[in-house]
Design a protein around this ligand. Structure first.
Ligand code: KIV
Length: 260
């Protein structure tokens, strides 16, 4: 059953498990495994399109992947990222959010705080469920050296907290906190009624989100320290690919029973 009311998780002390997905096979598998929410993240700019940042992601990309994922999952709440430049004005934001809802998103996500106050208000008055995203905002980042922990000093920590409190009053359903000190995430989470979903924000958040390819050890290159490769011990995916290559080269795949 879909819990579109994320507050219930927090009220019940039940942590929210969220993973990204971009395609039908992965969405079905994640959904079947009991993940509470699936995010069609604009991380697809990097992990699907192979670009350096999220800025190349278009509304067309998001509609395409959101529709696929939404059609593939029955249990999990479907959250769709609104891409760079798709919520520059409240009119544009509403139009684009409605398109994402029309293809199956239960909720949209936008990055930033007080600067988007009007957008959050318009969403609330039009019944568009929205998740905020504070701390590191990948749409502000153009190269990997800018991926830095946020909210380390008093001023920036204060801004994250005040933005979080403002978003709650504006009717936001949950807030992703990315790359902030654990102590700050704990403070923000304790001050809010709505849940926080952390990525690189420590264990005190009300839920956790990871990019699926990162946690399966598929993403190549240096990954942030908050990523845990959940198949690292067995290295199942690289082992399977290497076994395939080995058996093809040895002529042992396919066998007679695997042939017609
Ligand atoms: O784009 C994304 O995948 C995200 C994350 C929170 C992982 O925004």
């Amino acid at each position: 059953m879909k819990h579109s009311d994320l507050n219930l998780y927090k009220e019940n002390g039940d942590k929210i498990a969220c993973l990204t997905a971009y395609d039908a096979s992965m969405a079905k598998l994640i959904d079947k495994c009991g993940v509470d929410a699936i995010l069609i993240g604009d991380s697809l700019g990097m992990v699907v399109k192979g670009h350096k940042n999220t800025r190349s992601v278009t509304m067309q990309d998001m509609l395409y992947h959101t529709e696929i994922v939404a059609n593939s999952c029955q249990q999990a709440l479907v959250i769709a990222d609104m891409p760079f430049m798709s919520y520059e004005s409240s009119e544009l934001a509403l139009k684009n959010a409605q398109k994402l809802v029309n293809v199956g998103a239960d909720m949209v996500k936008i990055e930033g705080g007080q600067e988007h106050e009007e957008v959050f208000r318009v969403f609330s008055s039009n019944n568009i469920k929205v998740c905020g995203h504070l701390g590191l905002q990948p749409q502000m980042v153009s190269n990997s050296s800018e991926y830095k922990i946020q909210g380390k000093d008093e001023r920036s920590a204060g801004k994250i907290l005040s933005d979080a409190l403002l978003l709650e009053t504006l009717g936001v359903s949950a807030i992703v906190l990315e790359c902030v000190p654990s102590a700050l995430a704990k403070k923000v989470s304790s001050k809010l009624v709505i849940p926080t979903i952390g990525i690189g924000a420590g264990k005190h958040c009300d839920g956790q989100v990871l990019v699926i390819y990162d946690m399966l050890g598929i993403t190549q290159g240096k990954l942030p320290r908050f990523v845990r490769n959940f198949v690292a011990t067995e290295g199942m995916i690289p082992l399977a690919i290497s076994a395939f290559v080995k058996e093809v080269k040895a002529g042992t795949f396919p066998s007679t029973s695997e042939s017609y």
